[in-house]
Design a protein around this ligand. Structure first.
Ligand SMILES: Cc1ncc(COP(=O)(O)O)c(C=O)c1O
Length: 397
């Protein structure tokens, strides 16, 4: 399949050349454990230190705020479990029904095993969280609020700075899962971003998750950015790497590839976002006007730049996916982690879609803008699949 047919960047982005080169350089340099005290060990430690400095610089953090992990899932587990257990203000958590399972299941783990209480605040029909609802859910014993910066399934971006400022004013810690947002929007953990002159969500949040493979780095690497003054209960116990926050020999090659991808993504993020956004708007406009029974899911404007997701009345998402695959386009019928599960998406159900309509979901996440010919072919395939399905009503519950 030509790379232009790969339209599933939210599941995993194409590997960047810079990341590949950085990984190969580490692998070719020979065996080295960053904890070893000989020269190869020093060399590996220097690679990890440099990668930490690069990730920090690109994301407005300090190197001491970066904890490398095995990916977004582990970073979310560490954030939720580690912050909640180490900060004994109380045993109450606030989150939303549309979080990645690594956040939701970590909250449920704390409920089940440690007796925490969980408030799941609702989202509206566009998948947006109302900051006022979050604030009213916060109690005197709320330890942590964990809400994602952007949702990978529907693309909706949340008003995290408002939510975080209000939650912190009430004494709760705030974690945001920025795995999807950081790869395509100028995200910063600091009070300013050198290249863009802005900071979003900035220093409002206490901890932020990122994952290498959404930037075009390797899978199996990620980081939790966390304020230095905060205590974090480790979830992996052992040799005390990552200043005690995450034991285990570092995956040096993956960390080097991760940092190279973040640096490369950061250098082009503004121009790329603009190009993707324009192209996405054309795709959305054409699908909605030319394919009967389609409806955009997620917020129409507050959404990730290359993200276009729809429900298509009367046609299963799975059959759309198969038809597009046969035409050379790799897309998703839901979130990657929900793929293979024959259940309607909890995110769409939480937004008020019926179970029937939720099963017609299809998602395009563009790694690069689509050519006109590809747009024509996509619209043609969708039209072919909807022929005879015959629905054009909105159908949401
Ligand atoms: C929003 C979000 N959080 C977390 C993850 C998990 O990251 P990883 O695949 O690195 O474990 C994903 C993966 O799709 C995601 O989209």
């Amino acid at each position: 399949m030509p790379s232009t047919g790969y339209l599933d960047a939210a599941a995993t982005a194409p590997l960047r050349q810079e990341a590949r080169a950085a990984m190969l350089a580490v692998l070719d340099a020979g065996p080295a454990n960053p904890s070893s005290v000989h020269s190869p060990g020093h060399r590996a430690k220097a690679v990890v230190d440099e990668a930490r400095a690069e990730v920090a610089a690109a994301l407005g953090a300090t190197p001491a705020e970066v904890v490398f992990t095995s990916g977004g899932t582990e970073a979310n587990n560490l954030a939720v479990t580690g912050l909640a257990l180490a900060n004994p203000r109380g045993r109450h958590l606030v989150t939303t029904p549309i979080e990645h399972p690594s956040v939701l299941e970590s909250c449920r783990f704390l409920e089940r095993v440690f007796g925490f209480e969980l408030t799941v605040v609702p989202v509206d029909a566009d998948g947006r969280v109302d900051p006022g609802t979050v604030v009213s859910a916060i109690r005197d014993d709320t330890t942590l609020v964990s809400i994602g910066l952007a949702n990978g399934e529907i693309g909706t971006v949340q008003p995290i700075p408002e939510i975080a400022a209000a939650a912190r004013a009430r004494g709760a810690l705030v974690h945001t899962d920025a795995v999807q947002a950081a790869a395509s929007l100028p995200v910063s953990f600091g009070s300013g971003r050198a290249d863009a002159g802005e900071a979003w969500p900035g220093d409002h949040v206490d901890a932020m998750t990122i994952a290498s493979h959404k930037f075009g780095g390797p899978q199996g690497a990620g980081a939790l950015l966390v304020r230095r003054h905060l205590r974090l209960e480790p979830i992996l116990h052992g040799g005390g790497q990552e200043r005690g926050a995450r034991s285990g020999t570092e995956n040096v090659a993956a960390i080097a590839g991760f940092a190279a991808a973040v640096r490369a993504a950061s250098a082009e993020i503004g121009t790329r976002a603009l190009a993707l956004l324009r192209n996405r708007d054309v795709l959305v406009e054409r699908v909605l006007s030319e394919v009967p029974g389609t409806r955009l899911t997620g917020h129409p404007s507050e959404r990730l730049p290359g993200h276009a997701s729809f429900v298509v009345e009367g046609v299963s998402g799975e059959s759309l996916l198969v038809a597009l695959d046969a035409a050379g386009f790799a897309v998703s019928s839901g979130s990657a982690c929900a793929a293979g599960k024959d259940e309607p998406s909890p995110t769409l159900l939480a937004m008020g879609f019926t179970s029937e309509l939720a099963q017609t979901a299809i998602r395009f996440t563009l790694p690069e803008p689509l050519a006109d010919a590809a747009l024509d072919r996509i619209v043609g395939v969708l039209r072919g699949e909807t022929r005879g399905a015959g629905g054009a009503s909105s159908g949401s519950a």
